[in-house]
Write a protein that binds this ligand. Structure first.
Ligand SMILES: Cc1cc2nc3c(=O)[nH]c(=O)nc-3n(C[C@H](O)[C@H](O)[C@H](O)COP(=O)(O)OP(=O)(O)OC[C@H]3O[C@@H](n4cnc5c(N)ncnc54)[C@H](O)[C@@H]3O)c2cc1C
Length: 482
């Protein structure tokens, strides 16, 4: 790739900043990564990424991109304790109260803690000869003249601005990867540019996470259980296998339905989820980590793509552009896909990099945003307009999810979309539509969805062990003997 410039500065060394730095090494001689945190040399949560203490699922498309950018990363993660399995065969997905019928589909999934993922990616990025780290250092201001950003001023040593430790880092390109709290909108406003318009979906999630030991035979060997909210039970949860034979378990609710931080309260809360596994995992063991709580107010999207004027020499990416309801696990994957967009644009060279980047990134964000918005606005607790098209799509998706409980091919198609591999339109293929209709008859025969079933008192067998027509009633079957 042709060299675009001498130096790029990336502010933010979380997933988006790291992936961006990786692609910038193909176009710049020197890539300086700035973060206000002192970055740990080991696997540890840190202040600048408080969400790191909560379950982080890595979508299949995100894993693919990470593997492309860092060949061998998946194996490396597994060597460091990540659990690997099949996205459909080794995970339990409850969507709209239906347990997707489990069956291997050849889509690899890794389950691990967020700090492990970030630490391994950081190690790879910092090993690149073009990359230097400036941390801890707080971004003080962007430096600009004549409509062009030409560097950043940072305060070495962390939080407070001003003083002797302030330093200018000149750059041909500055990338803002500082996450949701990005100051670029305010900076634009105070430098004669329009601020980007914002879209929000007020989900008002409050959730709590714990780490508990993971034993052989838990969930009959499955590596993950992901439980989406239903209209009847607007609570969600996730249990992910992580390194060190542990589960990270999180659960929460929408609009005031807060998951308690005391153990007894959390256990009781978990029994109100639309599926039983999380309550079962929490019931019989003492936590070894947590509780940690998180309040996620809204999915937020900043429409940089709509701006007609934007300073040259600056790009904004990752959560600073769009941060999604974490329940859908999209953030890292969208950030990774944005890094590829930037790489492609730099490879061909562009006089109008930011504008082209925002336009192409917006198309990625559209897909993820529409899926998350559609899912959230199904729930009565979430305020917002529900246009006819959205209601129609939601009605169809609901049928797809019901069909996925009995037909693994439908489940695979659904997961390929949810994992940002295939576009949502792929669910409209005639063959799939026919299967959805046929499955509707079968689901009608096998009874109500998980959300409406009574709480089981026994361990849940894997649905693939059951005769086909019984999969949707899996929770009513007794434990399979070893
Ligand atoms: C509770 C929760 C759960 C989530 N779960 C998932 C999931 O399951 N799957 C998934 O893919 N995504 C998930 N996400 C989203 C995911 O964490 C982010 O999309 C991902 O980290 C990429 O974000 P980012 O790098 O753009 O910003 P962030 O991760 O927010 O990082 C911003 C970085 O910028 C640094 N920084 C900020 N301000 C300054 C400054 N002024 N000067 C210097 N440095 C600064 C911070 O220290 C930090 O390192 C979740 C998010 C939340 C909140």
């Amino acid at each position: 790739m042709a060299r675009t410039g001498q130096r790029a500065v990336v502010v933010g060394a979380s997933m988006s900043g790291l992936l961006t730095a990786r692609v910038l090494t193909e176009a710049f001689d020197r890539v300086t990564v700035v973060d206000r945190d002192e970055l740990p040399g080991e696997v540890a949560a840190r202040r600048g990424v408080p969400q790191g203490r909560h379950p982080h699922g890595l979508l299949a498309r995100g894993r693919e991109i990470l593997e492309e950018l860092f060949p061998g990363l998946t194996s490396e993660l597994v060597e460091h304790g990540a659990a690997i399995g099949d996205m459909q065969g080794d995970a339990r997905w409850y969507t709209d109260g239906h347990l997707l019928r489990q069956s291997p589909i050849g889509m690899q999934a890794v389950a691990l803690s967020r700090p492990l993922l970030e630490e391994r990616v950081r190690a790879r990025v910092l090993a690149l000869p073009e990359v230097e780290l400036v941390a801890p250092a707080q971004l003080v201001d962007l430096v600009a003249a004549d409509g062009r950003v030409s560097g950043v001023r940072v305060h070495r040593g962390g939080a407070t601005a001003g003083g002797a430790d302030e330093e200018l880092l000149p750059a041909d390109l500055v990338v803002d990867a500082t996450g949701r709290g990005s100051h670029t909108p305010a900076w634009l406003g105070s430098h004669g540019f329009d601020r980007p318009a914002e879209s929000r979906i007020e989900v008002d999630l409050r959730y709590t996470s714990w780490v508990v030991p993971r034993y052989d035979g838990d969930l009959d060997g499955d590596r993950a259980c992901l439980v989406g909210a239903t209209v009847a039970r607007q609570r969600f949860g996730a249990a992910l296998a992580i390194e060190g034979n542990r589960w990270i378990i999180g659960a929460g609710g929408y609009h005031g339905d807060t998951a308690p931080t005391d153990l007894a309260g959390f256990r009781a809360f978990a029994t109100g989820l639309p599926a039983p596994e999380i309550a079962q995992l929490m019931a019989d063991r003492e936590p070894v980590g947590g509780p940690w709580s998180y309040h996620f107010v809204s999915s937020t999207r900043r429409h940089y793509e709509r701006l007609t004027r934007f300073p040259r020499g600056l790009v904004v990416t990752g959560d600073a552009v769009s941060s999604f309801n974490p329940v859908y696990g999209q953030g890292i994957t969208v950030a990774a896909a944005e890094a590829l967009v930037l790489r492609d644009l730099l490879a061909v060279g562009s006089d109008d990099l930011a504008r082209q980047f925002f336009r192409r990134a917006a198309r990625l964000v559209d897909v993820a945003w529409d899926m998350a918005a559609g899912g959230d606005l199904r729930l009565p607790a979430v305020p917002g307009p529900r246009p006819a098209r959205m209601r129609l799509v939601n009605a169809y998706v609901s049928r797809v999810q019901a069909a996925a409980a009995v037909d693994p091919e439908v489940g695979a198609a659904f997961l390929r979309v949810a994992n940002l591999i295939d576009p949502p339109e792929s669910l409209l293929r005639p063959r799939l539509g026919t299967k959805v209709l046929l499955a509707q008859r079968r689901t009608a025969q096998v009874g109500p969805s998980a959300a409406d079933r009574p709480e089981p008192t026994v361990r849940v067998p894997r649905p693939r062990d059951l005769p086909r027509s019984e999969s949707a009633t899996a929770t009513e079957h007794p434990r399979r003997e070893a």
